[in-house]
Design a protein around this ligand. Structure first.
Ligand code: S3P
Length: 179
């Protein structure tokens, strides 16, 4: 795949919408390297995301996230899996919309709930879902965030699809631009 027409393919969407697994499938299919923004944050901070939230709070996490998003969107020819809240941040959103073709991977709240609680029904690992009823929290956050996610260049519904099927849908949209 030539990388001079689409700068980067950037995947955004709620936690467990499949961004990381779809980014792997896309990278396999089109040969571009993948970058996971959350992994980069963990590596720079030297600790897991839950510990960053616990020790320094969400504002500090978002600040680190902004700088990671800015650095990875400055590259070209990458498949970028963004963290679920990064596109909600005004500065990171502008960086992503300018830095590539942004795909919103959508999923119903029940699908997200099933994915985040798989094998771990009582204690979701994501800090933002840690307190209270996770399904209610997912619905509340999705209601707030959906209008912002909808500012992505394209949207792909992921319910009932495998990561490879979602990757195919993304490449079908990119195809004429990438070819
Ligand atoms: C967050 C999503 C997480 C991670 C952090 C905050 C969010 O990423 O960046 O826990 O605000 O939705 P994933 O979408 O990869 O789970």
């Amino acid at each position: 795949m030539q990388s001079d027409q689409v700068l980067n393919i950037i995947l955004v969407g709620f936690m467990a919408s499949g961004k990381s697994s779809v980014s792997r499938a896309l990278s396999r299919r089109c040969g571009w390297p993948r970058v996971d923004a959350d992994d980069e944050i963990v590596s720079r901070a030297g600790k897991p995301i839950a510990d960053i939230f616990r020790d320094s709070g969400e504002d500090a996490f978002r600040e680190l996230e902004r700088s990671v998003v800015s650095d990875i969107c400055g590259e070209k020819g990458r498949i970028i899996a963004a963290g679920g809240g990064s596109f909600i941040d005004d500065e990171s959103r502008r960086t992503m919309l300018d830095g590539g073709t942004v795909f919103y991977l959508s999923a119903r709240p029940e699908t997200i709930h099933r994915r985040v609680t798989r094998g771990n029904p009582n204690a979701p690992a994501r800090p933002l879902l840690g307190a209270g009823n996770p399904l209610e929290k997912i619905k509340e956050l999705l209601d707030q965030r959906t209008p912002v996610y909808s500012q992505a260049h394209h949207a792909v519904e992921t319910d009932g699809l495998t990561p490879d099927q979602v990757a195919q849908a993304v490449l079908k949209i990119c195809g004429p631009v990438i070819a």
